[in-house]
Design a protein around this ligand. Structure first.
Ligand SMILES: Nc1ncnc2c1ncn2[C@@H]1O[C@H](COP(=O)(O)OP(=O)(O)OP(=O)(O)O)[C@@H](O)[C@H]1O
Ligand SMILES: [Mg+2]
Length: 273
């Protein structure tokens, strides 16, 4: 569904992403995990057709995102980091307006808007002014907007950012349900989020892909390696002054994950979120 080849973006000569290569298969829920400034939003904006790349290629459902941008964009729904909602419109009015902009046929607008309101749980606030909604409800309206034209692929940039734990749980549940019928690329910097919602995860750091695997495999390796690093630290302490050396295997991807998501070093297997 998504194919990315040697994708690079430079801002004023500075590379935000470098030579990214990855594929997301139909029906997959792929996590895009990385710390602040890793290049998640840059990659997603390029895929969603909001920004050109400096070099490289990418396609959505077989359509080149640069040369067949319109066809590619009809296949995807994009929820940006800061959902750009018109705060003085009512929820239904906004969704109807967006549906018309997205080319949903006039006779189908009411039905589509009704469906996405139901799916995203915004029916109870349908008459409210968007500016008066809580952050969680605004995220839901943003998700409803992304779904209006019935895309096969959803690109969701940090959909749970800024939500309270209750709203996070509800939005994750919603994404999980959407994953039954859609291909999803979801960015986050919360490790348990990918564990809960994603079938595979790409770890990105400083614009480069450091690892790509299932959450189970990655977490298994991390746990193993954190046990190993505790043993290593112990053996290093024991070897001090003895002249003996204790070699320790290290995996750069896991080192990167440990460094930025920190929780593994405490051996808890969970972070605060
Ligand atoms: N418009 C811009 N002009 C210049 N540099 C930019 C611009 N947008 C992003 N960058 C830089 O590109 C790099 C990647 O940024 P990006 O927003 O893609 O990261 P991110 O992974 O989405 O981070 P976050 O988790 O904070 O949202 C950063 O170094 C950022 O400063
Ligand atoms: Mg971002």
């Amino acid at each position: 569904m998504i194919k990315v080849e040697n994708l690079t973006k430079r801002y004023a000569g500075q590379a935000a992403i470098r030579d990214l290569n990855f594929e997301v298969g139909k029906g997959e829920v792929m996590g895009f995990l990385g710390p602040n400034g890793a290049g998640k939003t840059t990659t997603m904006r390029i895929l969603a057709g909001f920004m050109p790349a400096t070099s490289g290629r990418a396609s959505i459902a077989g359509f080149d995102i640069f040369e067949q941008s319109l066809q590619a964009r009809t296949r995807l729904g994009y929820m940006p980091e800061n959902v750009p909602l018109y705060s003085d419109m009512r929820v239904t009015e906004y969704l109807e307006y967006r549906a018309a902009l997205k080319g949903v046929p006039h006779r189908r607008i009411a039905e589509r808007v009704g469906d996405v309101k139901e799916l995203c749980g915004v029916k109870d606030v349908e008459r409210k002014i968007i500016g008066a909604l809580s952050k969680g409800y605004r995220q839901r309206v943003g998700l409803a907007d992304a779904l209006l034209h019935e895309p096969d692929l959803l690109i969701l940039d940090e959909p749970t950012i800024g939500l309270d734990p209750n709203q996070i749980r509800q939005v994750r549940e919603l994404i999980k349900n959407l994953g039954r019928q859609h291909t999803i690329l979801l960015s986050t910097h919360i490790l348990p989020e990918v564990e809960m919602t994603c079938s595979r995860v790409i770890i990105i750091h400083k614009g480069r892909i450091e690892a790509c695997d299932t959450p189970e495999n990655l977490l298994g390796q991390i746990r193993k390696s954190s046990r190993k690093s505790r043993l290593c630290a112990m053996s290093r302490r024991m070897s001090m002054g003895s002249g003996m050396s204790f070699p320790c295997a290290s995996n750069p991807a896991l080192t990167c994950v440990r460094k930025f998501f920190g929780w593994q070093q405490h051996g808890t297997g969970r972070c605060a979120n």
